[in-house]
Structure formats: C-alpha cells, structure tokens
Design a binder for this molecule. Structure first.
Ligand code: PMT
Length: 219
C-alpha cells in the first residue's frame, strides 16, 4: 500500500561499509552490503520523502529518485553528512562506519617482509554521535550491530549518541544483519520502551522504522 505520509519531509540515510586505506591497494572494511540502508531510502521515497543517500562502496543499485552521494572512507562520509544534515528532518544512520582508520596511509604498496606486520589505527569521527550533539529537533535514528549483550550495548549507544531510537540487530543470528535480505531487529526508544520484531524483509523493517519515526516526530 502506497502512503504519502512522508511528503514534505527530508530524510538523510547513510548506508554500506566504509573503507579505510592501508596503502594504494589495500583497505580495512566490513561486510555491510548496503541492503538495509538502501531499503530505508527506498521506503522513504515510496512514502513521498526527499531522500539523500550517503553510501559507502556497495554492489547494489540505489533506489531511483534519491540524491545519491558515494563516499569511501569514514572521514568522507562524516564530511558529506555534516555539510548537509541541517536541511533534513530525519537522520537514519545505517552505515557500518569503521571506528578506526590507519594512522598513516602508505603512498606506495607495502612490500612483504618480516613474519609480522603491525598497522597502527586512530579513532574515526563518530557521525551519529556528532549529529546527536547538534540535531536540535531532528529525529536521529541509529543502528546497533552486536554479537553479544544486544540490548545493553544498543541502549548505551542510544544514550551516548543522543539518538531518538536505535535499531538493534544481533548479527550472529541467521536471517539477521550483514548481507542477507531479511533482518531481525529490536527498536529501543529514548523513553526506554522497546519493540521486538520477528524476522522480516529489510523493506518491511524499513517501513516499521519510518512508522516509528513519525510517531516520535509527533510525540
Ligand atoms: O548493509 P547490510 O548488509 O544490509 O547490513 C545491515 C547492517 C548490519 C550493516 C545494519 O543493520 C546495521 O546494523 N548498521 C549499523 C552497523 C554499525 O556499524 O553499528 P555500530 O554499532 O558500530 O554503530 C552504531 C551507530 O553509530 C550506527 O548507527 C552507525 O551508523 C553509527 N556510527 C558508528 C561509528 C561511526 N564512526 N559513525 C557512525 O555514525
């Protein structure tokens, strides 16, 4: 069923992984396919929103109608989001952003030498946390990809990043998390209330998120 309850609303979505270069041919990354974030963008478009999708490198096609900005590293994603968030009403951070990047990136391909090789990492900016500081009355939704203590870890992120809602997924469970077309999520809201959802397509999860965002916005 096509609703138009997002008409006039502007939603910024991050999606996909980031890549943190080691040298010209190597990088550190993660398994995000972009499916969950692209599903949020698509659902918002279907409901009449203006959608900006800031995406790390993935192999899927963005939904047509979105303003798409492709980025590579966490710093690139951070800069793109921070320069445009002000004009948006809703910010949904689905990207699996690398927490750390290489302290220095080698200009030439690193040659194989000793039996051990160490890469020093430094902390990346946290996009969601920075938005949490400046969001005003925008609705900020984050995700939490966990392998243990799902609710505790997600609740900590919700509070520390000043989010309105966090979507927690245990990425060790079959049918949830990275790469697959389905997800199994729990929503935790600022007031401490939570909603447990059964396995659903990422499209259906996306629509449920958008339903909750509207109720937060009105609340
Ligand atoms: O892309 P798919 O293959 O469909 O997989 C979906 C998914 C597993 C990537 C998605 O459902 C998900 O859980 N996304 C968040 C992954 C993640 O990195 O979570 P986190 O717990 O590390 O981060 C918490 C929140 O802070 C997230 O909203 C994240 O976007 C944000 N963050 C984290 C670090 C950082 N430097 N900047 C951020 O904005």
């Amino acid at each position: 069923s096509k609703k138009s309850d997002y008409e006039g609303l502007r939603i910024l979505v991050t999606a996909g992984p980031t890549r943190e270069p080691i040298d010209p041919v190597r990088y550190i990354s993660n398994h995000s396919s972009g499916k969950m974030g692209y599903a949020v963008a698509k659902a918002a478009l279907e409901r009449g929103a203006f959608v900006k999708l800031v995406t790390g490198p993935v192999n899927i096609t963005p939904p047509s109608g979105a303003e798409v900005v492709c980025v590579t590293s966490a710093i690139d994603m951070y800069n793109e989001v921070m320069k445009s968030y002000e004009s948006f009403d809703v910010l949904v951070m689905v990207a699996a952003v690398a927490d750390y990047r290489c302290a220095s990136v080698s200009e030439s391909k690193i040659k194989k030498s000793g039996d051990r090789f160490t890469v020093e990492l430094v902390k990346n900016p946290d996009i969601a946390a920075e938005l949490g500081k400046v969001k005003g009355d925008r609705v900020l939704v984050g995700f939490s990809a966990e392998t243990d203590n799902l609710l505790e870890n997600a609740a900590l992120k919700l509070a520390s990043k000043n989010m309105d809602m966090i979507v927690a997924n245990d990425v060790t469970v079959e049918g949830a998390g990275f790469g697959v077309d389905t997800n199994i999520v729990k929503f935790i809201k600022r007031d401490g209330s939570s909603i447990d959802l059964p396995i659903m397509s990422k499209e259906d999860v996306a629509h449920r998120i958008l339903d909750e965002v509207l109720s937060i916005g009105k609340g």
